[in-house]
Design a protein around this ligand. Structure first.
Ligand code: 4AD
Ligand code: MG
Length: 430
């Protein structure tokens, strides 16, 4: 029986015959011996081939092929402290399934080279670890929502209106007309709460982001939720519960991967709810006190977010932004209509915004006023306005950037490492 490498890195199999399959990760010849490190999806293991102990032809072929050849291998397991994972297989049989010669990725390749070869680089141990963390984050998110009574649903990607302002809309030709790629599924989720009350979706969102930062993609994975009868505070409560749940999940299931990436696990362990809350006004003061050049009424740019959140010891909700710098759908605070009942969640350690959300306007006249203020054509939003005509309810929602969340949890330097195939202003391949 073929076993996963992770399984046999275990005293239980010492002295026993084991079979594995995978890809040659490293190879070196020392006289009559060939040392291989073989990897599969689970781990790596050293294997040694002695010239006289395996068929001559197999040894010859093995001597010729390069790293990334796929192999099946059988042999006896023993302990070896010098081996990278502490064990070694003394091979008795090896079969090359798919040979590989001159694998283009060698040591010290530039970042651009690795991005051009992302289809091959996904095999690296770094990407393997990141992709597993990403898998756990996505899985835990679904678990959380379903457990909490949210229904999963889907929204269209071809749309006719902006959610987050016209500046970052991707226009696409649509049978002689114009359509856009969606910036957010929010408005569609808002329609669905009138049927399902609590809904969520995980889908791509598209932003024609011209900025080159460590945190912007043009296509990113967006987890969005919307809940009827929820006020801003209620929404934030679910969000912090969700974030803590997912982090706990990653800490439990991805210990090895976090360790491999040298992520500070203690820091992740220290994250608890409730999260701190700061009003926008206080944030500006906090930023100024820490030497960040920013004034009341400014939106936070990538650099400011980095500078500010380096001083945070956990995620922080920022609420009550000036209405001028937030999209039209946010509900103005009845106590001070100059600000809106919204929240952004800023991740610490320099990572910055991972969630944007808030309470939605639910009265038609307020919505019309805000649309006019923003120069929007009500015709494009007829269906969004209908929600305020037929049984409107207070409601709130949010959007979590999944790639940003993975970027932070895995402690990566750039968001492009958090997604298998990043799309940025300069990159649409592979
Ligand atoms: O803050 P944003 O623009 O909010 C919305 O789209 C709301 N309609 C969401 C909602 O309430 N349903 O985007 C939400 C999150 C951000 O906090 C960020 O994490 C992520 O989406 N995001 C991006 N991630 C990667 N690349 C980009 N260009 C992103 N733009 C936003
Ligand atoms: Mg935002």
């Amino acid at each position: 029986m073929v076993l996963a490498i992770e399984k046999i890195l275990n005293d239980e199999y010492l002295g026993r015959r084991v079979s594995i399959r995978g890809w040659i990760y490293r190879k070196r010849r020392v006289g009559k011996l060939i040392f291989l490190v073989v990897r599969d999806s689970t781990d790596i293991i050293q294997c040694v081939m002695e010239k006289n102990k395996i068929p001559a032809e197999d040894f010859k072929l093995l001597d010729k092929v390069g790293v990334e050849s796929s192999v099946t291998l059988e042999g006896t397991l023993r302990k070896d402290d010098r081996a990278p994972t502490g064990y070694e297989i003394e091979a008795e049989r090896i079969k090359i399934i798919g040979p590989s010669y001159n694998f283009p990725i060698t040591r010290d390749k530039s970042d651009d080279f690795l991005l051009d070869n992302r289809h091959l680089w996904v095999r690296s141990r770094e990407m393997n670890a990141i992709l597993k963390i990403r898998h756990t984050v996505f899985g835990a998110l679904h678990e959380y929502f379903r457990e909490k009574g949210y229904y999963e649903s889907q929204a269209p990607m071809f749309v006719t209106g902006a959610v987050e302002g016209g500046a970052t809309l991707f226009e696409v030709p649509y049978f002689g007309k114009k359509a856009y790629l969606t910036q957010s599924s929010q408005f569609y989720l808002e329609t669905l709460i009138f049927s399902l009350e609590k809904v969520y979706t995980v889908a791509p969102s598209f932003r024609a982001e011209k900025s080159r930062t460590r945190r912007h993609l043009t296509e990113y994975w967006h987890a969005e939720a919307e809940a009827a009868w929820y006020h801003n505070e209620d929404m934030m409560q679910d969000e912090e519960e969700m974030i803590v749940y997912i982090i706990q999940r990653v800490l439990e299931d991805r210990k090895k991967e976090l360790e491999f990436l040298k992520r500070d696990r203690e820091f992740l362990e220290s994250i608890e709810k409730p999260f701190k809350k700061m009003r926008y006004e206080e944030l500006i003061k906090f930023a100024q006190d820490h030497g960040v050049e920013i004034h009341y009424g400014d939106d936070l740019g990538a650099d400011e977010e980095t500078a500010i959140t380096k001083h945070f010891d956990g995620p922080v909700f920022i609420t009550h932004y000036p209405r001028k710098i937030k999209p039209f759908y946010h509900r103005p605070d009845p106590e001070n209509p100059k600000v809106v009942l919204c929240h952004d969640l800023l991740a610490p350690e320099g990572y910055g915004e991972i969630i944007g959300g808030g309470e939605r306007i639910y009265k038609l006249e307020v919505l019309l006023e805000r649309m006019e203020e923003n120069g929007l054509n009500p015709e494009n939003y007829y269906w969004y306005m209908d929600l305020r005509k037929y049984g409107s309810v207070p409601h709130s929602g949010f959007g979590l950037g999944m790639d940003r969340f993975v970027w932070w949890i895995a402690g990566l330097t750039h968001i492009k490492y958090a997604i298998p195939y990043p799309r940025t202003i300069r990159r649409t391949r592979p």
